[in-house]
Design a protein around this ligand. Structure first.
Ligand code: NOJ
Length: 541
C-alpha cells in the first residue's frame, strides 16, 4: 500500500549498540540479523537505523565520511543487504538516514574543498573570509559551539556549520551538491530501503538577514528529492527531522509533495509535562494546535530517541519546569534538553511507563519506539554527549549483557550497571520469562495497536470530562470507534463522560475483551486507578 507509513510502528535502533556477532565490542549487521526474531516478536513492522556509514564517529555516525558504504566495524554492504532482505522477508520495512546537511570534515569532498580556492570541491561547502555573515542563525549545539563559523587554517577561510565544528555544512546553492545527494539517495533506494529519514532538514540553505532555517530554497530542494523518489521508486517514504514549531514543521508536508511524514517535536515534551502536572491540557493543546496535515501525510510521534529530550520548541517557562522536574542534576542536561531514557525519566514507575506508552500508541500519528525502552533500560549520563542513552542493548545477564563476547574493556560503550537498572536484572531474557514483564506488556499493547488501524489513520476528538486529570479521546473512522481514557494522576480518579451520542453501544475493553455496561443517556461513569488507562472499542448498536 502506498501510504504504509500510516500503519507503521517504528523501532529505532543503532547497529553499533544492538548486537555484536564477532566479539569486536561493537554491534554489527550480522548481530542484527540474529536479533530479527526478537524484533518481529515485539510486533513492530518498521525499523529505523541510525547512520551506519564510514565515519570518524565524533557524532556517533552523523558525521559521515563516505555516504555509499558501511562502516567496517558494522560489516559490509553485503551484510547490510542480507539484513535488509531478511527484514523484508519478514514483512518489515527499513528506514535509513540521509544526513544531507553536512558531512564529516574527513569526507573527501571537504578534504579537497579546504585545500585551495581552486579545488574542484571548493564550492561544495560554505566558505567565508569573515565570521560576520548570517548572524541571525542560532547556534544549536550550545554546550560545545560558540559560533556557526570555524576558521580553517588550511583553507585560510571560515566554514559554516550548524552542528559540531567537525561537521561542515554542504553548500546547496551548488547544483553539484544537490546532484551528489540525489545520487546518495539513489544508491540506498536502489538497494531497497523503504524510507529515508532526512537529518537536520531545516538548515540546507543560508540567506543573509534570515534565521537560515526553513527557507523556500530548502523546500524547493525537498520537492525535487520527492519528485525524484516518486518517479523512480513508488512507495518509499521521506521522513523529516525538523525540530521546529508545528506550523513550520507542517510546511514540510508541502501540498503533499514534500515529506510523507515528520516527527512531531512539540507533542513529545507535552506528554511528559501532562503526566507530571497531572493535567491533560498540555496534550490537548499540542494536538489541537497541530495543523492539519495533507491527507497523504502523517506525523511520527515518539517519547524518546537517541538525542536529548529536546526542549527547543517549548516556552522558557515550560523548559524551566521540565528541567526542574526531569533533570534535577545538571549533568542530566544537554544543550536545551535532557539526556535521559524513558524509564529513568519516569522514576522507573511501571504505571507511568505504561501510561506514556499508551499515549504513544493511541494518539494520532505513527509511533516510534526507541530500542531498549521496551524493557525499561536505564541510562548513564556520566558518559559524554548523548552516549548515555545509546549504551549496548541488554539481552541477558551474561558478560556484557549478552551484547558482545568481547573483553569488557573493549566495548564501544560500557553496559548499564546502575544498581536500579543493572543489566543483570533489566534484560530481554529475564523479561521474556516473566509474563508480567514490561516487555510482554509492550508486545500485548503493540499487538492491539496493530489490530486497530484506526489508531494510525483515524480522526481524533477530545472529550471534556470535568476532572482535568483525566484525558479522554475518541479515535474514529467510518467503521470503528475507540475510546481512550487516561488517568494522568498518581491517585485514583473518577470521571464522567458525555457519550450520549453512542447510546445503546457497549464499550469493550481491549486488553481483556471485557464488556462494560452499555452507554445510556446519563453521563458514563468510570473510575481509574493511579496512572492507568482504558482502551475501549465501542461495539455496534
Ligand atoms: C540530528 C541528529 O538526530 C543528531 O543526533 C545529530 O547530532 C545532529 N542531527 C547533527 O547531525
Amino acid at each position: 500500500m502506498s501510504d504504509w507509513y500510516k500503519d507503521a510502528i517504528i523501532y529505532q535502533l543503532h547497529v553499533r549498540a544492538f548486537r555484536d556477532s564477532d566479539g569486536s565490542g561493537t554491534g554489527d549487521f550480522r548481530g542484527m540479523l540474529e536479533k530479527l526474531d526478537y524484533i518481529q516478536e515485539l510486533g513492530v513492522n518498521c525499523l529505523w537505523l541510525m547512520p551506519f556509514y564510514p565515519s570518524p564517529l565524533k557524532d556517533d555516525g552523523y558525521d559521515i565520511s563516505d555516504y555509499c558504504a558501511v562502516h567496517p566495524d558494522y560489516g559490509t554492504l553485503g551484510d547490510f543487504q542480507e539484513f535488509l532482505n531478511e527484514a523484508h522477508r519478514r514483512g518489515m520495512r527499513v528506514i535509513t538516514e540521509l544526513v544531507l546537511n553536512h558531512t564529516s570534515d574527513q569526507h573527501p569532498w571537504f578534504r579537497d574543498s579546504r585545500q585551495s580556492p581552486e579545488s574542484s570541491c571548493r564550492d561544495w561547502y560554505v566558505w567565508s573570509t569573515t565570521h560576520n555573515r548570517y548572524r541571525q542563525a542560532r547556534v544549536i549545539f550550545l554546550d560545545t559551539e560558540v559560533s556557526n563559523w570555524t576558521w580553517d587554517p588550511a583553507a585560510d577561510a571560515y566554514y559554516w556549520h550548524r552542528f559540531f565544528s567537525h561537521q561542515p555544512d554542504l553548500n546547496y546553492d551548488n547544483p553539484s551538491v544537490q546532484e551528489a545527494i540525489l545520487d546518495v539517495a539513489r544508491f540506498w533506494l536502489d538497494r531497497g530501503v523503504d524510507g529515508l529519514r532526512l537529518d537536520a532538514v531545516p538548515y540546507l540553505f543560508e540567506r543573509e538577514g534570515t534565521s537560515c532555517e526553513n527557507l523556500p530554497e530548502t523546500h524547493a530542494f525537498v520537492r525535487r528529492l520527492r519528485r525524484f523518489m516518486d518517479e523512480r521508486y513508488g512507495d518509499r517514504m521521506l521522513l523529516a527531522e525538523a525540530n521546529q514549531r508545528p506550523e513550520d514543521l507542517c510546511a514540510y508536508f508541502g501540498e503533499g509533495d514534500e515529506f510523507h511524514a515528520a516527527f512531531h517535536f512539540t507533542l513529545m515534551p507535552r506528554m511528559f509535562m501532562a503526566i507530571r502536572r497531572e493535567d491533560r491540557q498540555p496534550i490537548v493543546d499540542a494536538v489541537i494546535q497541530t495543523p492539519q496535515a495533507p491527507s497523504t501525510c502523517q506525523w511520527v510521534i515518539f517519547l524518546r530517541n537517541h538525542d536529548e529530550l529536546t526542549l527547543e520548541m517549548v516556552t522558557e517557562e515550560e523548559r524551566a519546569y521540565m528541567q526542574a522536574e526531569y533533570a534535577r542534576e545538571p549533568r542530566m542536561r544537554l544543550h536545551l534538553g535532557i539526556r535521559r531514557r524513558l524509564a529513568p525519566l519516569l522514576d522507573n514507575s511501571r504505571r507511568r511507563i505504561e501510561v506514556l506508552n499508551s499515549l504513544l500508541l493511541s494518539l494520532p500519528g505513527t509511533p516510534s519506539i526507541y530500542y531498549g525502552d521496551e524493557i525499561g533500560m536505564g541510562d548513564n549520563f556520566y558518559l559524554g554527549d548523548r552516549l548515555g542513552v545509546r549504551t549496548p542493548m541488554q539481552w541477558n545477564s551474561d558478560r556484557n549483557a549478552g551484547f558482545s563476547s568481547a573483553n569488557r574493556q573493549q566495548l564501544f560503550l560500557p553496559v548499564v550497571v546502575d544498581p536500579e537498572f543493572h543489566y543483570e536484572a533489566v534484560n530481554v531474557e529475564a523479561q521474556q520469562r516473566n509474563p508480567a514483564s514490561l516487555l510482554n506488556w509492550m508486545r500485548r499493547v503493540i499487538g492491539i495497536r496493530q489490530r486497530f488501524p484506526v489508531l494510525g489513520r483515524g480522526a481524533v476528538e477530545f472529550l471534556e470530562p470535568a476532572n482535568l486529570k483525566v484525558l479522554a479521546y475518541l479515535r474514529t473512522d467510518p467503521e470503528t470507534t475507540i475510546l481512550c481514557v487516561v488517568n494522568l494522576s498518581r491517585y485514583a480518579q473518577p470521571c464522567e463522560l458525555d457519550l450520549r451520542r453512542f447510546s445503546g453501544r457497549k464499550p469493550v475493553e481491549l486488553f481483556g475483551n471485557t464488556m462494560f455496561p452499555p452507554i445510556g443517556e446519563l453521563p458514563y461513569f468510570l473510575t481509574l486507578g493511579p496512572h492507568s488507562f482504558y482502551w475501549f472499542r465501542l461495539s455496534g448498536p
